[in-house]
Design a protein around this ligand. Structure first.
Ligand SMILES: Cc1cc2nc3c(=O)[nH]c(=O)nc-3n(C[C@H](O)[C@H](O)[C@H](O)COP(=O)(O)OP(=O)(O)OC[C@H]3O[C@@H](n4cnc5c(N)ncnc54)[C@H](O)[C@@H]3O)c2cc1C
Length: 440
């Protein structure tokens, strides 16, 4: 979230009712603001939608997220039940040398990466600061090439759809940079100690370990519930089918759209920022939920998913094992299993325009190679995202800084979305939950 509220006033307008706008509107309303919420589309939720198919559910965008204590408390408050990962299906795989592996590095590569990460004192190359440093450069310095290729790159591609060379380490992983000249181990231990101190200062409550979860009925259960609450409580102040083309003059204005729309809205008030927002880069992704026949696998597939490192030049970015990870993803658990195959991203940006036949062919090649599937698909649900996930590049970092100095410098001017320093649902929930109440 960029910018701060003007807590001297209770008036607030929220533009955009994707998950960011819904979360912002919900928390502002709960804190005592008088909220007016505007959504351009006939439905709220933005990119998030849980589609019901004849075989089970298919997620259009987010599938799961890390649930910290504040996120858990928020879900309890709104009454959306969370499902943890199935306890016997927590394995994660990386594709290397033609098969999925739990440990993708050789013993020698692993030992070298651990030694380098934990004990070597690193100095940034002359003239390079963390602000300009890419995730790839950081990885090469602290982990070495094999770990960049087989741990960092597939992880980064799986979360952002981008390559580590495109991302700024400061923007994408702000907790990673280690102080100049110190080994990573020292800074990681210091951070752990700080976390422990923070946890000790928290009010006592049941112990909670941050873990990957998803709502029981899919992510759409969250946006649907927030929509229900806001429809009931804001009444006519929740406007759907109502695109905003001119910024309303209110003390608190939260622009919760995608950055391109935010830029269009800010053209008059802050032209330089508007231009940067409109130019924000995105990765494109084709996400396909594939329902497959359990009888046609060479052996049962269990775990969270498999990621494909770009160096392996595989047929996809990775596959999520939906029904192995969470209950309730398919209607007939005995016969069917659900997977999400991610395609395109930075390794094949043009794939978003591929024909349906090419998408099907890529999905089935991925299922054969990565899952050992030898049958035909039972059902495929295809979602194409030309602008899927923001590229957390050095340019985006500069946009945040400009926003802080420009439009967001005035209290009551806030930019909030998956591009404003929190890409995941966890980050969006935590930042909206931290919004302060009005002073009076
Ligand atoms: C394939 C894929 C997989 C993903 N997986 C995960 C995952 O597993 N975990 C995770 O945490 N995240 C994941 N994400 C990311 C997550 O889904 C998004 O970050 C999130 O949904 C973005 O929400 P948002 O509200 O910021 O933006 P949007 O959903 O884009 O919402 C913006 C809203 O603003 C509205 N709007 C725009 N202009 C105007 C205007 N002028 N007036 C009024 N309204 C306007 C739009 O109609 C829209 O409803 C994934 C994304 C994709 C594409």
């Amino acid at each position: 979230m960029i910018g701060k509220l003007d807590t001297s006033s209770r008036e607030a307008a929220v533009i955009g009712a994707g998950v960011s706008g819904l979360l912002a509107a919900y928390h502002l309303h709960r804190r005592g603001y008088r909220v007016e919420l505007f959504e351009a589309a006939p439905r709220s939720g933005g990119m998030i939608q849980t589609v019901k198919t004849p075989y089970g559910i298919a997620e259009s965008a987010a599938h799961s997220f890390l649930v910290s204590r504040p996120v858990k408390e928020f879900f309890e408050e709104v009454g959306v039940k969370l499902a943890p990962l199935n306890p016997d299906s927590k394995a994660r795989f990386i594709f290397r040398g033609g098969k999925p592996r739990k440990v993708p590095l050789t013993v020698f590569e692993g030992a070298a990466a651990v030694r380098r990460a934990l004990f070597a004192r690193r100095h940034l190359p002359k003239g390079l600061s963390y602000e300009d440093m890419s995730v790839e450069e950081w990885g090469e310095l602290f982990l070495g090439r094999p770990a960049v290729d087989y741990l960092l790159s597939p992880f980064v591609l799986g979360v952002y759809g981008s390559l580590p060379s495109q991302l700024s380490v400061q923007a994408a992983f702000p907790s990673l940079p280690a102080p100049e000249g110190r080994p990573l181990l020292g800074s990681l231990l210091a951070r752990r100690k700080l976390k422990k101190l923070e946890a000790a200062a928290e009010p006592p409550g049941p112990k909670h370990r941050t873990a990957m979860m998803s709502p029981l009925g899919g992510i759409g259960a969250l946006t649907q519930r927030l929509d229900e609450i806001l429809t009931a409580e804001l009444g006519p102040r929740f406007h759907k089918n109502c695109p905003v083309d001119k910024l309303p003059d209110v003390p608190n204005l939260l622009v919760c759209t995608d950055p391109r729309s935010a830029g269009r809205l800010l053209r008059t008030e802050s032209p330089e920022l508007a231009e940067r927002l409109e130019a924000a880069e995105f990765s494109s992704i084709v996400s396909v939920t594939a329902v497959l026949d359990r009888a046609k696998f060479r052996k049962p597939v269990k775990g969270v998913g498999v990621l494909v490192p770009p160096v392996e030049q595989g047929p996809c970015l990775g596959i999520l094992f939906n029904s192995s990870s969470f209950k309730g993803r398919v209607l007939d658990e005995r016969r069917h299993a659900s997977f999400t195959v991610m395609l395109g991203g930075a390794v094949d940006p043009g794939f978003v325009g591929a024909s349906d036949a090419r998408v099907r062919e890529a999905v089935m090649r991925s299922a054969r190679l990565l899952l050992g599937y030898e049958g035909e698909p039972v059902h495929l649900q295809v979602f194409r995202w030309e602008r899927a996930i923001p590229v957390y590049s050095p340019a985006l970092l500069k946009t945040w800084k400009l926003a802080e100095r420009a439009w967001c410098a005035r209290p009551g001017r806030v930019l909030f979305g998956n591009y404003s320093a929190q890409v995941s649902l966890r980050g969006l929930v935590e930042s909206s939950r931290a919004l302060p109440p009005p002073l009076a």
